[in-house]
Design a protein around this ligand. Structure first.
Ligand code: PMP
Length: 438
């Protein structure tokens, strides 16, 4: 039986995650900046897995930490009892956090972290006797995972339309990237801070005392790397302050060095009331998410409906020992190798490299910030998304893994990337784009 026969026999019926229309590209192993496909080809990873493998693949110290932990304490409940690792990890994280964020709630994914953060925001207002504050505001093209809270505040109608029932009382701000004004802008656009005024309009429309929280990705990732205009997040912060609304940053993608700082909050100098993370927290090796909060916000949530009743939110695997071990080892790597600083120092080279693609057929925008970039293509009118998907397939064949989202190519390599690997990525993309007749 050939390898492809074997694959064909197992992928079709047994995956519940995706209905593959064609045989999926299968990855067998990974190391550093590369995957190896099942056919033995080396694939340069321009996406850090799915924006998560910030320290590069299969780091030995992370693997060892997970294996050692699995031998001494595989699991411990976090209801009514605990184990030291989450406390040690939380302590460590708090030292990295900006401003007065000093409490941590552990979840197992970005989606769980987002739903937890929304619940914390609602519980906070309830605990303060502001029961009317139940409205939530997200942003068009925001992605906040696939929980019911996340799809409700998320700004992707396609992720909602099958499900009918969603959280009530949710509004969406317009998204911030205007191609007409910003095409080929490098870094943070200087135009568009006024778009935050839409929050003020919304707040006044609804009565400010009914609004609980605003949630945004500081840089929207999954929907195509939408970089906020200069001053936009500051403006959101000040409007939220004025009306007693909590500001949530979803840093599932931007957290842990993607912008060359620990968090986007550091990059933009704006401190939210709540922050969600996942992905880079464990370098993708074991699932883990977390919510960071100010003590006052977090403690209101922890009180529960009555002091005698145990907190009515938490996951079986909150603060899982293996995830904590992976996270500790990951944070060690970030610190000892100075990976956030490394991302920062290579970001100018990155910016210059991605912008050399300007002028190639089909490209209508290139944007970048930190160690992330997007190349936006003009969609084919009758087949949106097809052009970028074809490019994704061609790149994979040429040994490069990119991410496409609609007609936007997103690049977010591991932070360990070297200049030569950036050159290689851009060369493959250039060749693929030039090879096409469109
Ligand atoms: N929020 C953001 C900003 C994300 O990018 C993602 C995942 N791409 C999520 C939440 C959801 O995370 P997960 O897939 O781990 O549930």
């Amino acid at each position: 039986v050939s390898q492809s026969d074997t694959l064909a026999s197992f992928w079709m019926p047994f995956t519940a995650n995706r209905q593959f229309k064609a045989q999926p590209r299968l990855l067998a192993t990974a190391k550093g900046m590369h995957y190896t496909a099942v056919d033995g080809r080396s694939i340069l990873d321009a996406t850090a897995g799915l924006w998560c493998v910030n320290a590069g693949h299969c780091r030995e110290s992370i693997a060892t930490a997970i294996a050692q932990q699995a031998q001494v304490l595989d699991y411990a409940p976090t209801f009514q009892m605990g184990h030291p690792a989450p406390f040690e990890l939380a302590d460590r994280l708090v030292q990295m956090l900006p401003g007065d964020l000093n409490r941590v709630f552990f979840a197992n994914s970005g989606s769980e972290a987002v739903d937890t953060a929304l619940k914390i925001a609602l519980a906070y207002h309830q605990a303060r006797g502001e029961a009317a504050r139940t409205r939530l505001i997200g942003r068009e093209r925001g992605y906040h995972g696939v929980g019911f809270g996340g799809i409700s505040v998320g700004g992707i109608s396609g992720n909602r339309k099958q499900f009918g029932s969603l959280l009530p009382g949710v509004d969406h701000l317009p998204h911030t990237h205007d191609l007409a004004q910003n095409a080929f802008t490098r870094g943070v656009p200087t135009w568009g801070a006024h778009l935050a005024d839409d929050l003020e309009r919304l707040v006044k429309l609804h009565d400010p005392s009914t609004i609980a929280a605003v949630i945004v990705e500081p840089v929207a990732g999954s929907t195509g790397v939408l970089i906020p205009p200069q001053g936009y997040l500051q403006r959101l912060r000040s409007i939220c302050d004025r009306y007693g609304i909590l500001l949530i940053f979803d840093e599932v993608i931007t957290g842990f060095g993607r912008l060359g700082t620990a968090f986007a909050a550091d990059y933009f100098g704006v401190i939210p009331d709540l922050m969600t993370v996942a992905k880079g927290l464990t370098n993708g090796a074991v699932p883990m998410g977390a919510v960071f909060a100010r003590q006052g916000v977090h403690d209101a949530f922890m009180q529960g409906p009555e002091p005698s009743i145990e907190l009515c939110h938490g996951y079986t695997y909150s603060g899982h020992p293996l995830a904590c071990a992976a996270a500790m080892a990951t944070l060690d790597i970030y610190a000892t190798e100075g990976l956030f600083e490394q991302a920062q120092s290579i970001s100018q080279y990155w910016e210059d490299a991605v912008h050399t693609l300007q002028g190639l057929p089909g490209i209508i925008d290139i944007r970048n910030i930190g160690l992330v970039a997007a190349i936006e293509l003009a969609p084919w009118p009758d087949q949106p998304g097809k052009r970028a998907y074809d490019i994704f397939v061609q790149c994979f064949e040429a040994g490069l893994l990119i991410r496409v989202t609609g007609d936007i190519i997103a690049l977010s390599p591991p932070l360990i990337i070297q200049r030569g690997q950036i050159d290689r990525m851009i060369d493959v993309l250039r060749q693929v784009l030039q090879s096409r007749g469109d």
